[in-house]
Design a protein around this ligand. Structure first.
Ligand code: SF4
Ligand code: SF4
Length: 91
């Protein structure tokens, strides 16, 4: 499922550069935000969600309203990166 950023976010900005392939994270009005249409849970790029790994307050969490299978997340990755190949071992 796509990740989301909850109200615990302190706007430190650490997560944004970690999403350097999908560019799903941006600064929002109150907190940083994740575009669910671009978040693959890092499938295709990394072995585990990078934003969650760096967030100092654990504000990057799976969005329970966006349940997606690994296969769906991989298909999203292919749509985001036409003609490219996902990184082996990440899906
Ligand atoms: S889980 Fe990965 S793809 Fe999704 S927002 Fe975080 S860094 Fe980006
Ligand atoms: S790393 Fe965590 S606290 Fe920092 S901007 Fe991202 S979600 Fe907010």
């Amino acid at each position: 499922m796509a990740y989301m950023i909850n109200d615990e976010c302190i706007n430190c900005g650490a997560c944004e550069p970690e999403c350097d392939v999908n560019h799903a994270i941006s600064e929002g009005d109150a907190t940083y935000v994740i575009d669910p249409d671009k978040c693959t849970e890092c499938i295709g790029n990394y072995e585990s969600p990078r934003c969650a790994a760096v967030c100092p307050v654990d504000a990057c969490v799976p969005d329970p309203k966006r349940k997606e299978s690994k296969e769906q997340l991989l298909q999203k990755w292919y749509r985001l990166h036409p003609g490219a190949q996902p990184v082996a071992g990440t899906f």
